[in-house]
Design a protein around this ligand. Sequence first.
Ligand code: PLP
Length: 393
Amino acid sequence: MRFRSGRHFLQIPGPTNVPERILIAMGRATIDHRGPEFAEITLGISKGLQQIFKTRDPIVIYPSSGTGAWEAALVNTLSPGDRILMFETGHFATLWSTIAQRFGLEVVFIPGDWRRGVDPAAVEVTLKEDKRKEIKAVAVVHNETSTGVTSRVSEIRKSIDRAAHPALLLVDTISSLGSIDYRHDEWGVDVTVACSQKGLMLPPGLGFNAVSQKAQAAAKKAGLPRSYWDWEHHLDLLSSGFFPYTPATNLLYGLREAIQMLQEVGLEEVFARHDRHAEATRRAVRAWGLELQCAHPEEYSSSLTAVRVPEGYDSNELRKIILQHFNLSLGAGLGKVRGVVFRIGHLGDLNDLMLLGTLCGVEIGLSLAKFPSTKGGVTAAMDFLTAENKIKG
Ligand SMILES: *Cc1c(COP(=O)(O)O)cnc(C)c1O
């Protein structure tokens, strides 16, 4: 590839931009992962992570992508033939259900139109009908990254409680943790699944499971085969700061820095920034005369926006032109919405001008690709951000 001046705009919804502070933190010699300095680092990270997950439960850290952490949540809590309730909110929820099927779980898959989140009423009805309590777990994707739809986990918790059902609650927060308000303890989540390369601003390579007491008790009886993903040895060693096998040492240096950075700003302010950038993006989309994939304003995602292209046009064509002209990467439409949507990632390390640069790339790209759309999206986003900055003072 020929040199291109200026920086690449990585505006896919993960991996996200890795800040220089994190890159520098990772660029030091790897140390003995069974030595005292390492244990100190791990113990600090454990505490910091608990603040981000809003939990007092232990958090298992794997050298893995998010998919590994998905698998870990299933194999540690369930047995072959167990029933699991899942919802077709989009591509990622579908992938997770495929893993469950491969392990011989019986997936009760509630179909969806990929424009809405999990319907809390459907959770309640389905669990109430399950008189013999055969459903052992409810698994939901908090922020569906293929559609830009955020499910209401607190409402889902209330539905499970109203049905007085003992099922475990497993939640994928891969594209919401550190970007959108999430509360493992308060929402009574049993396993929170996450990974490093989205809101935590790290490169790919770390997977997480936050594990409740109830999930730990379920693990004692769970019969699915597991070895690498087994929580037991992780949990035994966690309080001493060690791992059962070699951890991703340098990514952990980065994680320590990321936690520090999130703490310096404060999680609430980080969430508010994501909300602002998402709202600015939606205003741009509407001004362009395009449609949001998310059909329910209560479920708009603050970490990404999926935009539908006009009927008969291919979103990949637009993405290609934008990459070619502006060195800007946007997310592709996945699965059922391939070619139908493109996705603007606005999570992680981002500021107003990075977002506006991204929106400029899209607006000019729409024009270059000759997609039917109107101008003024960037202006609408600028107007909104101007007003917001006045409020902030
Ligand atoms: C990115 C993502 C995944 C997959 O994570 P990998 O690290 O690619 O394995 C799963 N779920 C959601 C919601 C995601 O955004």
